[in-house]
Design a protein around this ligand. Structure first.
Ligand code: IYT
Ligand code: CU
Ligand code: CU
Length: 316
């Protein structure tokens, strides 16, 4: 809806001295082909710390397939928007995902008293919005799209900081025709307690199911399990499972090589694969450690004890 389009000079609206909202929107774009990925970047107010406490999606259901919001220091472009399919990407430095919206999936809300810390000394001076436009037939009339997300923000210190723990495989190879290949990842956790509340899985077309666990005293507890062929949003995590110093965080992606005629490697194109399990957590803001990752492959010894459910494909 073009009347949804907001001026980029009026993106920040104060509701009182602490609370404001930021509109992160595409600047009126017309995607030309199916499966176009467009990105747009926004500087964050850096004069003081601020917290994102809620996300309000503003997406046209007939064109937007999914939206991702990243935080980073240096977006790859300074244009008002750019094509960020597999070639150009989002950020020069490491980006961290903060929000995902996908058609037909419920949107993520942050729990009460939880915020993503941004601005000032958070090492995150920009936000990058990535939108995947799927079906572009709705653009035959050449209207402009301003989809995006409204952030509810506050400068008040939040008791808990939101963060992301990313497990990713870097070395999986899927042999052509082989029915099952597992990508196993595991790392010891050596920081202050985290409380997972949402999780997201990501693979390309060969992924069947992705499951994440906490291992404590040899016992495996599920954080979340999902088919990566369903909308890749953040889904609610099993809230009974927290993670503390000395635990192990582990995840498995199950792939099939059926239908392929050559080896499939980890990579950026849709013919490559990825194996990601994202945990969105909160932790006491005193010990805030908002971005952590695990790129180690799990040992065969450890993974012989993974619950059987991790090998059961989810029907889509
Ligand atoms: C090689 C790989 O698995 N790339 C993933 C994970 C990843 C995400 C971020 C790696 C880095 C990041 O800064 I954020 I380095 C990957 O690209 N995943 C995609 C998006 O880029 C987020 C996804 O949809 O999960
Ligand atoms: Cu999409
Ligand atoms: Cu990918």
């Amino acid at each position: 809806d073009p009347s949804d389009c907001v001026s980029r000079t009026k993106q920040q609206v104060f509701t009182n001295s602490h609370n404001f909202s930021l509109d992160i929107r595409m600047p009126g774009v017309v995607p030309t082909g199916a499966d176009t990925y467009l990105c747009t970047a926004f500087p964050l107010p850096t004069s003081r710390d601020a917290y994102i406490v809620d996300f309000i999606p503003r997406a046209s259901m007939d064109t937007v397939h999914h939206m991702l919001l990243f935080g980073c220091q240096t977006p790859v472009s300074t244009s008002s928007y750019w094509d960020c399919g597999s070639v150009q990407g989002t950020c020069e430095d490491e980006a961290s995902i903060m929000y995902a919206w996908a058609r037909n999936a419920p949107p993520t809300r942050l729990p009460r008293d939880v915020g993503f810390k941004v601005g000032r000394n958070s090492g995150m001076s920009h936000l990058v919005l990535q939108i995947h436009y799927g079906d572009v037939s709705a653009f035959k009339d050449h209207h402009r799209d301003c989809s995006g997300v409204t952030l509810r923000m506050t400068s008040k210190l939040q008791p808990f900081i939101a963060g992301i723990y990313l497990l990713m495989s870097v070395d999986t190879v899927i042999l052509p025709g082989k029915r099952v290949t597992n990508a196993d990842m595991a790392c010891e956790y050596t920081s202050y307690p985290i409380y997972p509340f949402a999780f997201r899985t990501h693979t390309h077309r060969l992924g069947k199911v992705v499951s994440g666990y906490r291992i404590r005293d040899g016992k495996w507890n599920l954080i979340g399990r999902q088919s990566p062929q369903l909308p890749q949003a953040f889904y609610p995590a099993n809230e009974e499972v927290n993670v503390k110093y000395g635990d192990t965080i582990a995840a498995r992606c199950v792939f099939t090589g059926e239908g392929r005629t050559s080896k499939t490697y980890i990579g950026g194109t849709s013919d490559d694969e990825m194996c990601n399990f994202y945990i969105m957590y909160y932790m006491d803001s005193k010990h805030a450690d908002p971005y952590m990752s695990c790129m180690e492959s799990g040992s065969r010894d450890l993974f012989q004890h993974i619950p059987a459910e991790a090998n059961v494909p989810i029907a889509v």
